[in-house]
Design a protein around this ligand. Structure first.
Ligand SMILES: NC(=O)c1ccc[n+]([C@@H]2O[C@H](COP(=O)([O-])OP(=O)(O)OC[C@H]3O[C@@H](n4cnc5c(N)ncnc54)[C@H](O)[C@@H]3O)[C@@H](O)[C@H]2O)c1
Length: 285
């Protein structure tokens, strides 16, 4: 028995990283998956890895018609739609808030916010026909606090978290649940791609990225796509039937507080300043 037996999901950005890991786990758990991406080679390889369970569809989420077509493919290929995982994304522009160009703003917001919203727009009618469904979006820890990503990326991810709340309220009456995941540092190609490295090279650096990130959060190992896929599996499953509007941080504890606080190093200057008083007090008979 799989936890997604009989369910059909559309996953964007499924060619690599978090999307690919989720497509593989969903298929193992009994779902049939439309894997949507612009990386055709990777998408086809994914389809070949699970014939009959995963179907690759070329879909640029910047293009509304292609989003509509990828979602329509769920009903055409597999007869229904139960889950949409809005996951495609990229690092984007590095400008600080006082430098942002209209072009950067439009492209980052388009890729993350508009694409996810249009995903919901086209998924809702199909989910209503199925009697309900689950929308999941990949936000980020960068949408929860400042300092975890470039400015525009962080602003876009924060918008996705609020989109989740607004959509959850509007769609609850149709038994459509809407949740998002805020990954911490996950070893994927997103970092190398942002630096302009080719994806084949990026593929060979994933273990190095995981090792480099192992001390970056309280749980001392690098995050992997499977960590996020497990959260997506929960939100997609009937086990989450009463859970909606949530933003789940899956980050090894990254957002729980400054690492230094754990070691009390942030308090060190204060303790140092008080030390003479404490020593004097303790020496008083
Ligand atoms: N890796 C992390 O540390 C991390 C942390 C927080 C959030 N995220 C988010 O996770 C999501 C997945 O990223 P990842 O880390 O797996 O990176 P990745 O680069 O491994 O995968 C991203 C995928 O999205 C696809 N994609 C990019 N633009 C697209 C478009 N216009 N249309 C369709 N597909 C497109 C790429 O081809 C790629 O297959 C993104 O939304 C990203 O912002 C990642």
């Amino acid at each position: 028995m799989g936890r997604l037996d009989g369910k059909v999901a559309v996953i964007t950005g499924a060619g690599s990283g978090i999307g690919r890991g989720t497509a593989e786990l969903f298929a193992q758990e009994g779902a049939r998956v439309i894997a949507a991406d612009i990386a055709d080679d990777r998408g086809r390889r994914l389809e070949e890895s699970a014939p009959g369970r995963i179907k690759y569809v070329h879909c640029d989420v910047l293009n509304e018609d292609q989003i509509a077509a990828a979602i329509a493919a769920a009903e055409q290929e597999f007869g229904r739609l139960d889950c949409l995982f809005n996951n495609a994304g990229a690092g984007g522009a590095n400008e600080t808030v006082d430098q942002i160009s209209a072009q950067s703003f439009d492209s980052v917001m388009h890729l993350h916010v508009r694409a996810a919203l249009f995903g919901i727009k086209y998924a809702v009618p199909a989910m209503k026909r199925a009697g309900g469904g689950a929308v999941i979006t990949t936000a980020s820890v960068a949408g929860l606090s400042a300092g975890y990503g470039p400015a525009l990326y962080s602003i876009a991810k924060a918008a996705l978290i609020h989109m989740t709340t607004v959509a959850a309220v509007q769609l609850a009456e149709h038994r459509i649940r809407v949740n998002c995941i805020c990954p911490g540092l996950i070893a994927t190609n997103i970092f190398a791609t942002a630096l302009g490295l080719p994806s084949q090279l990026a593929d060979t650096r994933l273990d190095a990225i995981a090792a480099a990130a192992s001390d970056s959060q309280p749980i001392r190992r690098g995050g992997r796509p499977r960590d996020i896929a497990e959260a997506a599996l929960y939100f997609a499953s009937d086990g989450a039937d009463w859970v909606t509007g949530q933003a789940l941080a899956v980050d090894g504890g990254l957002t729980l507080g400054p690492q230094g606080m754990q070691q009390m190093t942030a308090f060190a200057p204060i303790l140092q300043a008080l030390m003479p008083d404490a020593q004097e007090l303790n020496q008083t008979p």
